[in-house]
Every structure is written in structure tokens, then in C-alpha cells.
Design a protein around this ligand. Structure first.
Ligand SMILES: NC(=O)c1ccc[n+]([C@@H]2O[C@H](COP(=O)([O-])OP(=O)(O)OC[C@H]3O[C@@H](n4cnc5c(N)ncnc54)[C@H](OP(=O)(O)O)[C@@H]3O)[C@@H](O)[C@H]2O)c1
Length: 225
């Protein structure tokens, strides 16, 4: 391990945007602690990569992952909360309880209750990125994906609130819209590849917008809430 490299943690790193961003961060010289529910990323090996198991809906799994990350690094420079689900994103149907529960358990409860204990492991001046969605902005409201939109609206609010709470530690918080991306979640019709999304997210990380501002990869700029 390169002890001088910046350390990033990426959740949901075995697929789609998380996988592409993990590869991008490794190529940019980061040491990456990547999480996957299975505890492995098939076919990706790198001397700066450690893969650990994490299911963000599971309290014990979350506690074990945070403890393991604390053993692996004395301080994190970048936390990317990427793991998410969208079972109703294509659906125009009225809200349905099962998909609501599953979506909120992952996107909201899971994201919040993984982030909170991770704050103690962040270096002062670190960055926290949320891979969220413009679908969760009231200005972008639409008739589909009720649970998904509401869950991302909650993440967007959490990011804005967290930015204020960690300001005294100079920790930057950036919610990011990655564009519509060809992944399991985004489907095959999406215009952007995961690699293009990862490049755009990395530009947002480098740009380091004012903490709490919403970064839109499609325009490579901050977007109004
Ligand atoms: N694709 C798009 O167009 C788009 C647009 C806007 C925002 N986003 C956001 O981008 C993020 C990544 O999505 P993606 O498009 O790359 O989809 P994806 O390929 O389905 O990847 C989702 C990742 O989240 C992980 N995950 C799901 N539930 C989890 C849990 N309970 N605990 C831990 N990890 C969990 C998945 O793990 P498994 O492989 O084990 O299921 C997978 O690694 C999501 O937050 C999504 O909302 C995507």
C-alpha cells in the first residue's frame, strides 16, 4: 500500500457507477477501500484496492464494515456514498409499500446510518460525495419513480444539512447527479456510460464546489436546488 496516497471509500463498488469510479480513483492514484455486498469485485485486482463486505441495510454489516475501515486506514480523504436501488424508477403506478420500504431502507436509512459513524474516520478537510439524482429535486419532479424520487430528495436534504454540521472540520459535502447512466439501475437506453459518469464525478470532486451545493455531471457545474 502507498501510505502517501489519498484514501477513498466507495460503497456499492462492484457494479455500474461505483465500479467505474473505483477504477477511476485507482487510476488517479487513490488508495480505495471499496465495499460490495458480496465482499468481492470479480475481475478487479489492484495493489491499492481493498474490498470489504457491506450491506448498508444491515446494522451488523455496517458496524463490521466501519470497524474494518478504521483498522485499514488512519484517516479517509474521500467518502463516496454510491450504493442505491431504484425498484420503481420506471413505474408511473401509485406508491407501493414494498418498494417504498426497500428503497428507503437502502437509499436513506442505509446511506445515513453508514455515513454517521464514518464521520469519525474522516480527516479534517475530507470530502463526502453522495451519488444522488436530480430526480430528487422538486424542480425536476415527474410522474414516475415515487419512492426513488423521494429517497433521493431525502439524500439531497441530508447532504445539505451535513454540510453545515461538518463545516467546522472543513469537510466538503457534495451531492452529485451523475447523469442518466447505462447500468443495471439506469438501463441500456441511457446516454452515458459508467466511465463517462465516473469521469464527470471525478471532475466534481476536483472542482470541490461550495459545501452542500449540488453538482450536475451533465453540465459539469453546480445546479440550483
Ligand atoms: N444509472 C443512473 O442513471 C443513475 C442516475 C442517477 C443516480 N444514480 C445513482 O447511482 C448510484 C449507483 O447506481 P448504478 O446506476 O451504478 O446502479 P447499479 O449498477 O445497480 O449499482 C448499484 C450498487 O449499489 C449496491 N447496493 C444496492 N443495495 C445495497 C445495499 N443494501 N448495501 C450495499 N450496497 C448496495 C449494489 O450492490 P449489488 O450488486 O450487491 O446489488 C451495486 O453495487 C445509485 O445510488 C443510483 O441511485 C444512478
Amino acid at each position: 500500500m502507498d501510505t502517501h496516497a489519498k484514501t477513498a471509500v466507495v460503497t456499492g463498488a462492484n457494479s455500474g457507477i461505483g465500479l467505474a469510479l473505483t477504477k477511476k480513483l485507482l487510476a488517479e492514484g487513490y488508495r480505495v477501500i471499496a465495499t460490495a455486498r458480496s465482499g468481492r469485485i470479480d475481475g478487479l485486482h489492484h495493489d491499492q484496492l481493498t474490498v470489504i463486505p457491506l450491506d448498508i441495510t444491515d446494522v451488523a454489516s455496517t458496524e463490521q464494515a466501519v470497524a474494518r475501515i478504521g483498522q485499514l486506514t488512519p484517516g479517509i480523504d474521500l467518502l463516496v456514498n454510491n450504493a442505491g436501488v431504484a425498484p420503481d424508477v420506471m413505474s408511473m403506478a401509485p406508491p407501493e409499500r414494498t418498494s417504498f420500504h426497500d428503497t428507503f431502507a437502502t437509499n436513506v436509512d442505509g446511506t445515513v446510518f453508514f455515513t454517521e459513524p464514518m464521520l469519525a474516520l474522516l480527516k479534517d478537510g475530507a470530502q463526502v460525495v453522495f451519488i444522488t439524482s436530480s430526480m430528487g429535486l422538486p424542480s425536476q419532479a415527474g410522474p414516475n419513480g415515487t419512492a426513488y424520487r423521494l429517497s433521493k430528495a431525502a439524500v439531497n436534504m441530508y447532504a445539505a444539512m451535513l454540510a453545515q454540521r461538518v463545516a467546522d472540520r472543513h469537510i466538503n459535502v457534495t451531492p452529485v447527479h451523475p447523469g442518466w447512466v447505462q447500468t443495471r439501475l439506469g438501463g441500456d437506453s441511457a446516454p452515458f456510460t459508467p466511465e463517462q459518469a465516473a469521469d464527470g464525478i471525478f471532475q466534481g470532486i476536483v472542482a470541490r464546489p461550495e459545501s452542500g451545493q449540488f453538482w450536475n455531471v451533465e453540465t459539469n457545474a453546480v445546479m440550483a436546488y
